[in-house]
Design a binder for this molecule. Structure first.
Ligand code: SUG
Length: 441
């Protein structure tokens, strides 16, 4: 298949993947709190999903797991001594803090950053802004390594901005709240920024992670044409029903835009945007899911729309869904219906149960980018998968990862060294030199 412009970078799932119940408003994370995880199965499931995309002839990249436990955060917070002493002190004084610095949450690469392709920007540059993720503590410690990694991968071809980190209450959750509509990937697009609320709105019991102010700021720093940067507010009911990110209730690929009837707050604004897209995107194909067919609750528990929609041969599309969707007859009926009435002609299911149990479906695990051929050649190829690299990564995961991990095991000092040993061998395998803090000490 000829290169269509799309590449996905998936987060390689790290060796400390666990269920510490850290994300309020994320129903799966809350439901599976304190369950035993299987980091090895998690990482292999993620790699199998990457292989499935590669099998379609689409280039596939990956992000490194972040250094966890993140002892640097504990040091900043006043814990000192050897690694072992720091872990022991944190375990005694503040076990929840320790769990936070152990989270493998960087696997959900859709939250790494917001990406705008060069074709959409006035200066014809690719723009990438790492997400600050400042709504949840365990995620707020990701942006520093994310930025370093994005520079390592895209430094020769893109402008990697600083994350918006110094403004209290201004959350940014990256591409999980960002959609791009276009006739084809490499034609000019319309970018829809979806936000939870203004940073200055007060909410009772609802966590709106994406601030309107950040969404607007990114559209400006990415140099987008104001006529092509569109904004939609998430519906509070959708957030409360478990759609903490918009990519649980809507999905886009090229000219196809799928959304739930209750995804957005303002119907009139939605209609205006739909008309605008109809007038300007050739073949624009909106698909609305009605509540009477699939309720918000069913959408959230199935993760039907947290799937990857990719363009495959003959301009047809493939939807890559979590296997859990198969337990929902209304979702299966809907899939049959769209197969006969839209460019989506292929349906595949993937088993990523380990990630799903923490609220991360196929779409959460990937950072989708659009580049032309020249730009593709300037991406650091060490982060692009080949069949051989995939085999090597599988072998390394199998060698190092535990197949059982309880949140209580995070207090076990051996896990620190196990995790760092894996990361060290990973950087050797990929010939990256020293990228982690523990390697630079
Ligand atoms: O931020 N889960 C992630 C899931 C992110 C899903 N991403 C997208 N929808 N794009 C989150 O809530 C769970 C961590 C824990 O409970 O240990 C967690 O962080």
């Amino acid at each position: 298949m000829t290169f269509s412009g799309e590449i996905n970078f998936d987060g390689l799932i790290g060796p400390t993947h666990n269920y510490a119940g850290l994300s309020q408003g994320n129903l799966a994370s809350q439901k599976h709190f304190n369950k035993t995880s299987n980091p090895q199965a998690a990482a292999l499931q993620g790699l199998d999903k990457m292989r499935l995309i590669m099998d379609q002839g689409i280039p596939q990249g990956f992000f490194l797991p972040h250094e966890r436990p993140h002892l640097k955060t504990l040091r900043v917070l006043g814990f000192d001594g050897t690694d072992e002493e720091i872990i022991n002190r944190a375990a005694k004084q503040n076990p929840i803090l320790l769990k936070n610095v152990y989270s493998a949450s960087s696997m959900w690469a859709a939250n790494a950053a917001t990406f705008s392709p060069s074709i959409d920007s006035f200066d014809q540059n690719i723009h990438i802004t790492p997400a600050n993720l400042n709504t949840m503590f365990h995620r707020s410690i990701e942006h520093e390594f994310t930025k370093a990694q994005l520079e390592l991968i895209f430094g020769d071809v893109a402008e990697v901005h600083d994350p918006f980190i110094n403004i209290s209450g201004y959350g940014d959750e990256g591409a999980a709240n960002h959609l791009r509509l276009c006739e084809q990937h490499l034609k000019p697009g319309f970018q829809i920024f979806v936000y939870g609320s203004s940073a200055f709105e007060v909410h009772q019991g609802m966590i709106a992670r994406q601030a309107e102010e950040i969404s607007k700021a990114i559209s400006v720093t990415h140099q987008l044409d104001p006529d092509r940067a569109l904004f939609l507010k998430q519906n509070e009911q959708a957030i409360s029903a478990g759609s903490f990110h918009n990519d649980i209730v809507s999905l886009a690929n090229e000219e196809v835009f799928i959304f739930h009837q209750e995804a957005f707050a303002d119907r009139i604004e939605l209609e205006r945007i739909l008309h605008h897209l109809k007038d300007h995107v050739k073949g624009f194909h909106p698909i609305e899911i009605f509540s009477e067919d699939i309720s918000l609750d069913d959408l959230v528990s199935s993760y039907l729309l947290n799937s990857q929609l990719i363009t495959v041969k003959n301009n047809e599309m493939m939807m890559l869904l979590p296997k859990e969707v198969q337990n929902h007859s209304n979702c299966m009926r809907w899939l049959e219906e769209i197969k006969s009435s839209s460019p989506i002609k292929h349906i595949e299911f993937v088993d990523i149960l380990q990630s799903m149990m923490n609220g991360g479906g196929p779409a959460c695990l990937r950072f989708k980018i659009t580049v032309n051929n020249d730009e593709l050649n300037q991406i650091n190829e060490k982060f692009l998968l080949t069949p051989k690299k995939l085999m090597d990564l599988r072998a390394l995961v199998t060698k190092h990862y535990r197949d059982k991990l309880n949140p209580a095991d995070l207090l076990d000092n051996n896990l620190v060294q196990e995790s760092y040993r894996f990361l060290d061998e990973l950087t050797q395998l990929l010939d990256l030199g020293n990228v982690y803090d523990f390697q630079k000490l």
